[in-house]
Design a protein around this ligand. Structure first.
Ligand SMILES: *[C@@H]1O[C@H](CO)[C@@H](O)[C@H](O)[C@H]1NC(C)=O
Length: 251
């Protein structure tokens, strides 16, 4: 009997320690639909129709404050020494900067998020031409990032929607005179400053290129504490393809 209890305790300890994913913060990534579409590939509208000219959620992504080398790299370093390990990483073994695909068996259930679908259609639409079904986009984001978030399905999507509503990027930028235009360019620092002033925290900005090769604001990464309660200053900067002046194309 004592042995049985000891086993149960041991296994529940193991279960707890292996299921709680350890990471440092979240990125709430939002994309400007005008910039998603204004590229050489273009875009497609989802089943719910053309989205509003508003930032849309791309995902809520758990992230490490410091990238980790892959286990293979660690092993190579231990066995072969630094030089060989560097060679190894040069052939494409990238370190892990975030956890992903933490539980492939945990697939998104339409039933779990049924009360959120109307809001998700407005705020988290797909613009990809692959399926055109926003539910597939949500399922993919859940599988890749959500299963590592330590949140239940409903909470994961509800929190992302709440955070987006609490910090309306479209309105924040418009308040600083940064409005969609096919001719105007804006200084990157004015975009960053407007978001820092409007939210109270520094964000990361990512650009892409339009068909003429001009840089446009594509995604804004707001950083969120690991309890998904409040924004924080982004702890990492990122390579972003932005130039000093960027466009915000009409959608
Ligand atoms: C964000 O602000 C824009 C511009 O003021 C507005 O059109 C839009 O409805 C707002 N979005 C949400 C989710 O409140």
């Amino acid at each position: 009997m004592k042995i049985a209890i000891a086993f149960v305790l041991l296994f529940s300890l193991l279960a707890v320690s292996s299921t709680a994913e350890k990471f440092d913060f979240f990125y709430l990534v939002q994309q400007w639909p005008g910039s998603f579409c204004d590229t050489r590939q273009g875009c497609c509208f989802p089943d719910a129709g053309k989205p509003a000219a508003d930032f849309g959620i791309h995902g809520l992504w758990p992230n490490y404050a410091k990238c980790r080398g892959s286990q293979l790299q660690g092993l190579a370093r231990a066995v072969l020494g630094e030089d060989a390990a560097a060679l190894f990483s040069a052939v494409g073994r990238r370190g892990r900067c975030w956890p992903e695909y933490c539980n492939d068996g945990n697939t998104l259930s339409p039933w779990e998020i049924r009360d959120l679908v109307a809001s998700l259609d407005r705020n988290w639409p797909t613009l990809s031409c692959k399926s055109g079904r926003s539910f597939e986009f949500w399922s993919y984001e859940w599988k890749k990032h959500g299963t590592c978030s330590n949140l239940e399905q409903h909470e994961y999507f509800a929190r992302a929607l709440e955070l987006k509503a609490a910090h309306n990027l479209t309105a924040i930028l418009a308040g600083a005179g940064i409005v969609p235009s096919n001719t105007e360019t804006y200084s990157l620092s004015s975009v960053g400053d407007a978001i820092a002033q409007g939210t109270g925290f520094t964000a990361n900005l990512e650009c892409n290129r339009d068909a003429d090769g001009e840089a446009q604001l594509f995604q804004v990464y707001l950083c969120v504490d690991r309890e998904v309660k409040q924004l924080i200053d982004c702890p990492l900067s990122m390579r972003s393809k932005c130039t000093d002046r960027v466009k915000l194309p009409v959608f």
